[in-house]
Design a binder for this molecule. Structure first.
Ligand code: UGY
Ligand code: MN
Length: 242
């Protein structure tokens, strides 16, 4: 292993953070027997949600649902997951498990997952779980730009308090303007790379990098290179700031 001499591209600021893979701290947790978790984003840094990577060499057995009131979103990065409710998720398959969902999660062999959890803000009835696969989702151009296609993994009706999307950029495509909004983001780069502007800083980013964007942080991404870039992005949504 090459010594880092105290350097890392990871950068944790008041309203945003970049978390690069070589700085991840893998821990065990009683709720996830057989797994190691690297929590990358948490309320301790100012976020209202948690995002982590879960990995297991030997598989997972009967991982219990999230605690009361917590919604869980699981995205398979590598391997396969089965739910006690019968669904099987393969690589790039996902599950949204609203609070009080009675589904445990298992994995027959080595697996790697992205995990998002947040305190669910209900409006009317709590929605049913959602299961799907990225390959089955039709993309739509963002603001009419078909070099930037968005795949929405969750329904957009008022029962949902968040969205999780895959953003697909052709090389050279970018967000049309610097966004500023009160909603937060948790992001994982899935492919490609480019430059992410967060607040008044510009970060080179690539596959495996994770980002937290806090409320109102100015944000912009430009995709670089010869191959498309993709990222998964969570956003609290459909709810007023008050
Ligand atoms: O949905 C969004 O707010 C998204 N366009 N933001 C982002 O990619 N940073
Ligand atoms: Mn945004």
């Amino acid at each position: 292993m090459t010594p880092s001499f105290g350097q890392t591209p990871s950068d944790i600021r008041r309203n945003h953070a970049l978390l690069t893979p070589e700085s991840h701290e893998w821990i065990t947790q009683p709720d996830w027997p057989g797994a190691e978790i690297a929590f990358l984003i948490s309320p301790d840094m100012g976020a209202k949600f948690a995002m982590g990577l879960v990995r297991s060499k030997g598989g997972l057995t009967g991982i219990a649902p999230a605690p009361t009131g917590i919604a869980r979103f699981v995205f398979v990065l590598e391997g396969a997951v089965t739910l006690s409710t019968g669904q099987e998720l393969t690589t790039e398959g996902y599950a949204f498990l609203p609070p009080e969902t009675d589904a445990t999660l298992s994995s027959p062999a080595g697996v790697s997952l992205l995990l998002m959890e947040w305190r669910f803000v209900a409006r009317g009835e709590i929605p049913a779980p959602v299961f799907g696969h990225v390959k089955d989702i039709q993309g739509t151009p963002l603001r009419g730009d078909d070099w930037l296609m968005v795949q929405k993994m969750l329904p957009t009706d008022a029962g949902f308090d968040g969205e999780v999307n895959i953003m697909n950029f052709h090389p050279g495509a970018s967000l049309a303007y610097v966004e500023t909004h009160f909603m937060e983001h948790g992001l994982l780069m899935l492919d490609g790379g480019g430059v992410y502007r967060l607040d008044d800083r510009w970060y080179p980013v690539g596959k495996g990098d994770a980002i937290w964007m806090g409320p109102h942080v100015p944000q912009w991404f430009g995709a670089l290179g010869r191959t498309p870039s993709r990222y998964l992005i969570y956003k609290n949504y459909n709810r007023s700031p008050l």
